[in-house]
Each structure stands twice: as C-alpha cells, then as structure tokens.
Design a protein around this ligand. Structure first.
Ligand SMILES: O=c1ccn([C@@H]2O[C@H](COP(=O)(O)O)[C@@H](O)[C@H]2O)c(=O)[nH]1
Length: 284
C-alpha cells in the first residue's frame, strides 16, 4: 500500500485507528474457548465489527507464534480475511544480519502478504535494508517505545564530542542527545517517507513535539493508548500533520472491551469511540 492510498483511506473514514489483534487464546469469550477454531472466529468477528472505524490491523505475531503451527495458520487466515482496503501490520520486531533479514522480509511481505513489519534498528542499516527493498511495503522501526524499559537505553543520553582547531585554538564541542534521537536521525535516512515509519509510544507524549521536530514528515505507529494509559488527545495535538502522519493502535481496549458473547459489539463501540475522537482532531 502506498502512502497516498493509506492517507486516502484515513480521510475517507476520518480515522487513524489501527486495531491490534493480540488475540490470547486464554482470553476468548467462554463460548469460543473450546472451539478449535476459536481464535480465528474471534478475529473474524472483531474485523467484521470494527472495519468501518479503523484503517488497519496490527497482528502481534507473538500471540500466534506461541501456538505453533496452528497459530501460524490462524495468523495467515486472519491476514487473508482483512479487507484489502486495510493496512496490515505484522508486529514481529525482527532484524538480523542481512541474509537473515531478507528471509524475514520474504516471510512477512511475500509469503504472508502483510503491508508492513516492525523491525528493531539496533543491528544497523544492513539489517534493515532487505525490508526496504520491497516496493509498496513498509518498514516500521522501533523509535521510542511505550514501555518503562525505554528508559534503559532509548532515553539514555549520548554525549558527542567534536574537536576543532581554528587559528591554533583547540576547542572541544560537547553535545548531548537521547539514544532514540540518534536512532531516528540516522535511520530516517535509510528509507523515505514512503516506505519507513517509526514506532513512537503514546506513553511518551512529552517527547512527541521533539520527535516531530526530528522527523517531521514520517508516519508514526503509536501503540500505548487504552490499556497502557497514553493520551490520544496529547499525541494527536503534538504530532498530527497535514496528511495525518499517525496510525494509533489499540489492542486490548478494543478486542477485550467485553469478555462476554457481546464482545464484537463492544469492540465496535470502543473502536467507534476512538474514531469519533480522531475525527475531531483531524478537523482542527
Ligand atoms: O513500544 C511498543 C511497541 C509495540 N507495542 C505493541 O503494541 C500493542 C499494544 O497493545 P495494547 O493492548 O493496546 O496495550 C502490543 O501488541 C504491544 O506488543 C507496544 O505496546 N509498545
């Protein structure tokens, strides 16, 4: 999917919601729990109920990988069931040496037909390049994540010293930046605004203005509203751009809005509530 197609879809629905299909077998409503096809039936009902309020689905592959062969099969059937109008993200957080990354890219883009895959940038450009070589597919790099552990590395300060010698005077210039800032600045040059997005967690709202300054035109995939407590209002006010530039993910807050037989209706209501709020932000 191209940026233009994604943006057209966002403005036709006035929504930049992405529903996260983090479907945990143990959390299925009781009437689906003993059904061997329960996870797929649950996903199918969630997709049917929410597709008018969202522009994409994010499948966190961990929930499917955990179930082995059956899980991979369910993931594929779910991807195939998502309407072609919707952006399909594999939240797989891959990245390895080049020839291995090429196999990951093939798995998610060719074999499974996802539009996008999340990738960890810390092994550097050669580990990301194979994903970027696919036309009309997206690489979503982890930029500033939503978890508290973001403090351990991403929010650590890097000190850079540059020496200069002008007319015999030796000067040392010291500058400081967060590690995540260095990652955004360097990696944004590896691809373009048409094939590279960044994960920026909604729980990091205080950094959003700075992130927009560093990477003004890229799309961000923003997890962390709903169950993790991030504010949709805060991040929208700070990071919406002319062609939107945001995909906000909500997983548990939508798919587990009810644990009863009315789960799909409750998911539709939760997705609609996000979409209604998004419409107001898009119109400002
Ligand atoms: O920084 C990150 C990166 C990825 N995630 C993923 O997004 C969803 C969030 O789920 P919720 O239920 O809406 O909290 C989940 O798949 C995470 O693995 C993230 O939360 N933060």
């Amino acid at each position: 999917m191209t940026r233009q197609e994604l943006v057209a879809q966002i403005f036709s629905k006035d929504s930049y919601l992405c529903v996260g299909l983090d479907t945990d077998k143990t959390k299925l409503p009781t009437h689906l729990q003993n059904n061997p096809d329960g996870v797929f039936l649950f996903n199918k009902a969630i997709i049917d109920a929410t597709k008018n309020f969202c522009v994409g689905y994010k499948i966190n592959t961990a929930f499917y990988e955990a179930e082995g062969l059956k899980g991979w099969e369910t993931m594929q059937r779910t991807v195939d069931y998502i309407p072609s109008t919707h952006f399909k993200i594999a939240d797989a957080k891959r990245g390895d040496i080049g020839n291995t990354s090429a196999q990951y890219a093939k798995a998610f883009f060719e074999t499974m037909n996802f539009d996008a895959v999340t990738v960890a940038p810390y092994m550097g450009e050669d580990s990301v390049r194979p994903f970027l070589e696919y036309k009309n597919k997206w690489t979503i790099l982890l930029g500033l994540t939503s978890n508290t552990g973001a403090k351990d590395f991403e929010l650590q300060k890097l000190v850079v010293e540059k020496e200069s010698l002008v007319e015999g005077i030796h000067t040392v210039h010291r500058s400081e930046s967060f590690l995540y800032e260095k990652v955004l600045q360097t990696s944004s040059g590896w691809g373009s605004e048409e094939n590279l997005m960044f994960v920026i967690g909604a729980t990091q709202a205080e950094e959003f203005t700075n992130v927009r300054r560093l990477i003004p035109r890229h799309f961000y995939l923003v997890p962390g509203v709903g169950a993790q407590g991030g504010s949709l209002k805060d991040i929208s006010e700070k990071a919406l751009i002319e062609d939107c530039g945001l995909l906000v993910n909500a997983s548990r807050a939508v798919i587990y809005a009810s644990s009863g037989e009315d789960f799909a209706e409750a998911a539709a209501n939760a997705a609609k509530a996000y979409a209604d709020e998004m419409k107001a932000y898009l119109q400002h």
